[in-house]
Design a protein around this ligand. Structure first.
Ligand code: SAM
Length: 245
């Protein structure tokens, strides 16, 4: 479906095509794997993100790297018929699974679906009251460009929330988590989705992702203010929030 925003050409590089392969491969089983791999805890992390977003009826929200649309579904209920939520993702397979799921949930007129790269968002400046990127930033090749692009399309007073794997704050938890992600996770990927490689990539991308303080600094460098974060599940995940003033 063509939207009034239009679509965006996606620049291809090696990491981007690797990420594309991973998400084309896991799209159909993404939701069930998410529940299995996180023991359902991703639902709690997303609920907290919704609370911290503080979205009100009538507002415009962008859920970038929104994949199968868990957050979009929650936001569409919050903003109501006068508001709008854009579910955007670089990957057509994820977007398709997300759109089908939201339609099954009876979501209608206030959600738009846009294939877009977070690094160069195809929206005018100052478009959104709130932007979320959940478990998406670590897949983006140029994270600084993505943070700048998201800041650009935020309205003044709007907020960006980044929900992402981070650095556990306790060495014992860190060791257990490494064992889990480098050994058990690829095996689960093999058993459930017949795809160990995608889940090996997942573990590697988590290890490479900037820690809490580094990401906070990157958000500030992109022009966001009052940046703060909350560690969830011992820092396995962190929720960062910054405001465009
Ligand atoms: N936000 C959803 C959630 O929390 O369940 C999906 C997260 S999924 C782990 C990561 C998503 O990021 C994938 O759907 C992938 O296609 C998308 N993605 C990766 N690189 C991207 C980019 N440069 N721009 C937009 N989306 C991207």
């Amino acid at each position: 479906r063509t939207t009034h925003f239009g679509y965006q050409e996606v620049p291809v590089d090696e990491k981007a095509s690797r990420v594309a392969d991973v998400f084309h491969s896991v799209a159909a089983r993404y939701d069930v794997m998410n529940d299995l791999m996180s023991f359902g805890i991703h639902r709690v992390w997303k609920r907290l993100t919704l609370e911290r977003a503080g979205v009100r009826p009538g507002q415009r929200v962008l859920d970038i790297a929104g994949g199968t649309g868990d957050l979009t579904l929650k936001f569409s209920r919050k903003v109501g018929p006068r508001g709008q939520v854009v579910l955007a993702d670089i990957n057509a397979s994820m977007l398709r699974v997300g759109r089908d799921k939201l339609l099954d949930h009876g979501v209608g007129g206030n959600v738009e679906y846009v294939q877009a790269n977070a690094e160069c968002l195809p929206f005018p400046d100052n478009s959104f009251d709130c932007i979320t990127i959940a478990f998406g930033l670590r897949n983006v090749t140029d994270k600084d460009a993505a943070l700048r692009s998201m800041t650009r399309v935020l309205k003044p007073g709007g907020r960006l929330l980044v929900l992402e794997f981070s650095k556990p704050d306790n060495p014992l938890l860190s060791k257990a988590y490494d064992d889990y992600s480098f050994h058990l996770l690829p095996k689960m990927g093999q058993w459930v989705a017949g795809d160990a490689d995608s889940y090996r990539y997942l573990a590697e991308s988590i290890r490479m992702h900037p820690d809490q303080e580094t990401l906070k600094g990157m958000m500030e460098a992109a022009g966001l203010e009052r940046v703060e974060y909350t560690n969830l599940t011992g820092g396995i995940v962190a929720l960062h929030r910054g405001i465009k003033l």
